[in-house]
Design a binder for this molecule. Structure first.
Ligand code: 5GP
Ligand code: ZN
Length: 112
């Protein structure tokens, strides 16, 4: 956990958020500034700032999280399809230095 990290603060309960799910590996919260009808963020408890710093262990954890998301489509309201996004660095617009997976859905998304 990092002192000044927004997502670590949410985990510790120092900042409020709409938390939809939490287990030993990660939590899912609603994004404060939604870019789709449903915009959630899956945040591993492990504090790693950038995806390009991820170890093999961390990558396996992300895979596990993606698998869990796929089994939670009903609860998350994304049974018609969803998009997972991980931003890396400035050009991708990463604003929070704690690796997280955006989950977008709930409507037909623009093609990318
Ligand atoms: P990034 O741009 O780093 O890939 O994504 C960070 C995301 O976190 C943004 O979509 C932003 O809206 C969201 N976010 C930033 N601060 C907070 C917060 O305090 N609470 C919640 N729920 N989302 C946040
Ligand atoms: Zn953090």
């Amino acid at each position: 956990m990092m002192e000044d990290c927004v997502f670590c603060k949410i985990r510790k309960g120092e900042l409020t958020s709409s938390k939809l799910y939490e287990d030993d590996d990660f939590m899912i919260i609603k994004d404060i500034n939604p870019q789709a009808k449903i915009h959630l963020i899956a945040i591993p408890h492990m504090h790693v700032p950038y995806i390009d710093m991820m170890t093999e262990e961390g990558a396996l954890l992300l895979g596990k999280i993606m698998s869990k998301i796929s089994h939670m489509q009903e609860e998350l309201g994304i049974t018609e399809g969803y998009r997972l996004i991980i931003n890396q660095g400035e050009n991708a617009g990463q604003t929070v230095g704690h690796v997280h997976i955006h989950i977008l859905g709930g409507e037909k998304l623009d093609e990318i």
